[in-house]
Write a protein that binds this ligand. Structure first.
Ligand code: HEC
Ligand code: HEC
Length: 405
């Protein structure tokens, strides 16, 4: 399906919809005497709020599943990020839906502003693999990049789909759905779920681990709006600098994501690519080491390690604007910074970052351990992200700053 045809359906009369995008209500159910218009309308994406959220993911109709392929419904746009959150090597299919006629407001800095009724989905999946122990779900790392708007269910296994929806009162709600073993639908599981998995990699021993689907309550720990544990949640990824990359929407149709959103009239106030900021892809070794490290720490750590995050009290700021700056205090991003609350492994580890000495820097230590109390990010990670740790290691070793006393 071409990007254009994805959206042509938006031009059809939405007034026919039994549940218009403005009225967010639970109306995904089918009635016995549906008119043809009602049937057509019920095939369109449906928007709910927390109190009316359906038990089954299929009722949102953001994702369609015919048993062979998972695909995005018409009007639902896939997106990817220059640098993304590591979640135990899972792959992710992300999508944005905005109600017909509504637009996202462009901002050069910070998260884009979404209209009421916007729905962002993130589906976690892995390429299938054979585990050594059949009690575990066998999974593999993905090779290649995110592309297109569908997934082959023959070769991939779906784990969970997380939804963020902007409700009529202007607050976001976060909803975790867990895919059934038969892969036909996913169920709302506000209590989350632990899944025994085994990561199978060619040429390396397989790794057993417990994959955790977060509880609805814990979305807040990362998607927080305030360091003091404000009740609200916010999207994290959709920032101009992270969306500013090309995406292959369908075979051969490659476009910059911001341009695509603008052309589809989903974006207002976009000032063009020439003025749009861009994050590094931390995997791209042709880019500068500092840019790669900053981009990785920003998307993996800054939602907690920033003025509005859960780790604000630690004083360690790992957001894009703090890391690497030498004009204000370098202590702020960990250089020669003694941990505040963390006991740590003891000598020779003393500081968050010792310039030139990655092997004794606590920042890398916490990224390369999975034990409770040490592991960073504090939740959501059970495996070490070896490829990223080696970038952070090289970056710390490359830092030309005075040695710590
Ligand atoms: C460990 C931290 C963490 C937890 C816990 C967490 N998220 Fe996220 N989430 C992130 C980060 C970081 C991103 C952006 C980067 C990415 O998409 O890779 C993100 C992205 C998303 C997105 C895509 C839109 C966006 O904000 O970028 C959705 C939807 C989402 N999360 C839903 C949820 C829901 C629902 C929960 C709770 C059930 C949850 N998340 C729990 C860290 C977290
Ligand atoms: C889900 C929230 C969360 C995320 C995400 C997170 N952290 Fe933390 N981090 C914390 C909290 C809370 C503390 C304070 C308690 C502690 O030290 O364990 C902390 C403390 C730390 C400390 C000790 C800081 C000090 O000076 O006291 C380091 C180092 C650290 N984190 C590194 C990281 C890195 C690197 C990342 C990203 C790869 C990361 N963290 C992501 C919550 C988080």
């Amino acid at each position: 399906m071409t990007p254009t045809s994805l959206f042509t359906s938006l031009r059809s009369p939405w007034a026919l919809s039994v549940c218009t995008a403005l009225v967010l209500s639970a109306c995904g159910g089918s009635s016995n005497n549906s008119s043809p218009e009602e049937v057509a309308a019920s095939n369109k994406p449906q928007v709910f709020e927390q109190s009316t959220a359906p038990k089954k993911l299929s009722e949102w109709r953001m994702l369609l599943n015919d048993g062979k392929t998972l695909s995005l419904n018409a009007g639902v746009l896939p997106y990817d990020l220059n640098s993304a959150l590591f979640s135990d090597y899972s792959s992710k299919l992300r999508s944005i839906y905005v109600p017909p006629g509504k637009q996202i407001t462009y901002k050069a800095d910070g998260t884009l502003e979404f209209p009421i009724g916007a729905v962002i989905t993130k589906t976690f999946y892995y390429p299938k693999a054979s585990p050594s122990d059949t009690a575990n779900l066998g999974v593999a790392k993905q090779s290649g990049k995110a592309q297109g708007s569908s997934l082959d269910l023959g070769s991939n296994v779906l784990i969970e789909t997380r939804i963020l929806v902007l409700q009529p009162d202007g607050t976001w709600s976060g909803l975790p759905y867990v895919w059934d073993a038969d892969q036909k639908d996913a169920q709302l599981k506000v209590g989350g779920k632990d899944i025994a998995m085994e990561l199978v990699s060619a040429g390396a021993p397989s790794q057993k681990f417990t994959y955790s689907v977060p509880t609805a309550q814990s979305c807040q720990q990362c998607h927080s709006t305030a360091s003091a544990g404000g009740a609200g949640i916010l999207p994290i990824g959709p920032k101009a600098r992270n969306l500013n990359k090309s995406y292959e929407y369908s075979a051969g149709v490659v476009k910059n994501q911001l341009v695509q959103m603008d052309e589809l009239k989903l974006l207002s106030g976009f000032t063009g690519l020439a003025t749009a900021p861009v994050n590094a892809d931390w995997r791209d070794s042709s880019q500068g080491l500092e840019a790669r490290a900053k981009a990785y720490l920003d998307v993996n750590c800054a939602h907690c390690h920033s003025s509005r995050g859960a780790a604000f009290q630690s004083g360690l700021m790992l957001d894009f604007n703090s890391v690497g700056q030498t004009t204000a205090s370098t202590v702020q991003w960990g250089v020669c910074k003694k941990p505040l609350a963390y006991g740590g492994p003891g000598a020779p580890y003393r500081y968050g970052i010792e310039p030139g000495q990655a092997d004794v820097s606590l920042l890398l230590y916490r990224m390369s351990h999975t034990s409770t109390g040490d592991v960073m990010p504090a939740i959501g990670r059970h495996l070490n992200h070896e490829e990223a740790n080696s970038v952070i290691k090289d970056w710390i070793n490359s830092l030309k700053l005075p040695a710590c006393l």
